[in-house]
Design a protein around this ligand. Structure first.
Ligand code: ASP
Length: 395
């Protein structure tokens, strides 16, 4: 009985019940939205200190710059290759299914000005001008970079002082994980409130006209989650990914309900460490970085959305334009913030890179929240596999 009433099962039940509830009682669903907001706030409260403490102590626990280099390179390699796989899956599927081709969508719009990607701007945006400001504003990538640099510098100072600093921040990190455990107890309530609100406000009519597009995205996400990533897990991680999936499902349900990798981060760190037996220093480095830069689901969705909108506007994309989409989608998924709807905003970058009118976004926005929920779950699933696989390589 106790097993049946586990937090995971209650969360799943809340998710399932939220759908008919949102449809039947939309007013009540809207009025309990605050419960969902409170829940997300509690998680957000933990994110910034947790990211800093965990990345910083992860570096200190690696103990040597060469070990950091090794883990860093492998992490980036894993993230880039799985994102590439996701985009490729999306592009192959959308070219096979061809959603939006020959359909009569009523769209207008002009070809956008192509704003070139600026490497200079990108590089500058990585380095914090003032780390305290980055912390206050929650600029995650800047926080991670500062934590890495400071961690590396601490490795060069006197051993005794190193230990004091390490113990202090490790203590904060452990306390934040315990705090997360308390907040997680509220997941079923938070999930119920969040999902019933979405169902009450968005409804399901939008899916009727956009079903082909939504189907392509969903199919692609499922293939990536249950075929691509497990394959890599079997080959490089040597563990059973489906078992792992079940043991971390709470994080995936949470990612689905909140549509935010960042809000899910405290929970995925806790589960990777405690259920996935991932070492502290690996989870502490790979997961915060992954939540910010590794978004397989977002990348896949953006590639499908771009080709779908090209079809809708009757634009025939050449092979070299597909290659441009591949590159910009990869960049956009790295740049997207780990919050709801970020992928849709960065889709503009992809659309303008190949001259698809940005007004097209108005067409797909109706189903975006639902797709956002699914792609966020895939984003987090990609990070969790990264942590588990890389765990094997850190002794
Ligand atoms: N919501 C996604 C995330 O947090 C990003 C996106 O909009 O695709 O991972």
């Amino acid at each position: 009985m106790k097993k049946l009433l586990s937090l995971e099962n209650l969360t799943l039940l809340a998710l399932i019940l939220a759908v008919p509830f949102g449809l039947k009682f939309p007013e009540i669903a809207q009025s309990i939205k605050v419960l969902g907001d409170l829940f997300i706030r509690l998680l957000k409260m933990i994110i910034v200190p947790l990211i800093f403490a965990s990345v910083f102590t992860a570096i200190l626990n690696l103990e040597h710059i060469s070990k950091f280099k090794d883990l860093g390179i492998k992490t980036i390699l894993y993230y880039l290759s799985t994102t590439g796989m996701a985009v490729l899956t999306g592009l192959i599927l959308v070219n096979l299914i061809q959603p939006g081709k020959g359909g009569n969508f009523n769209v207008t719009g002009e070809k956008p000005e192509v704003e070139p990607f600026s490497l200079e701007k990108f590089l500058l945006s990585l380095i914090p001008e003032n780390p305290v400001e980055s912390l206050a504003k929650g600029e995650v990538l800047q926080i991670i970079i500062f934590a890495i640099f400071l961690g590396l510098a601490v490795l060069t100072i006197d051993r005794f002082k190193q230990e004091i600093i390490k113990n202090f921040f490790e203590g904060i990190g452990d306390a934040l994980i315990n705090l997360t455990k308390w907040v997680v107890l509220l997941t079923p309530i938070g999930v119920f409130a969040l999902v019933s609100y979405i169902i009450a406000t968005v409804g399901i009519e939008a899916f009727l006209s956009l079903w082909e597009y939504a189907f392509t995205v969903v199919l692609g996400l499922l293939i990536h989650a249950f075929v691509n990533l497990p394959l890599i897990a079997f080959i490089f991680g040597r563990y059973n990914p489906y078992k792992y999936f079940l043991s971390v499902r709470e994080a995936l349900l949470l990612a689905f309900s909140t549509a935010s990798s960042a809000a899910t981060l405290p929970v995925s760190m806790e589960l990777a460490r405690e259920r996935g037996k991932v070492k502290k220093e690996v989870a502490g480095f790979v997961l915060p970085l992954g939540a910010t830069v590794n978004m397989d689901g977002t990348a896949l969705y953006e590639s499908v959305a771009a080709v779908f909108l090209a079809n809708v506007y009757g634009i025939d994309l050449s092979l070299s334009q597909m290659a441009v989409i591949f590159l910009t989608v990869t960049l956009a998924s790295i740049g997207a913030a780990a919050i709801p709807g970020a992928g849709l905003i960065l889709l503009t970058l992809v659309l303008s890179s190949v001259g698809i009118p940005l007004e097209g976004i108005g067409l797909i926005i109706a189903v975006d929240r639902f797709l956002d929920m699914l792609r966020t779950a895939v984003n987090v699933w990609g990070d969790l596999n990264g942590a588990k696989i890389l765990n094997r390589f850190v002794k």
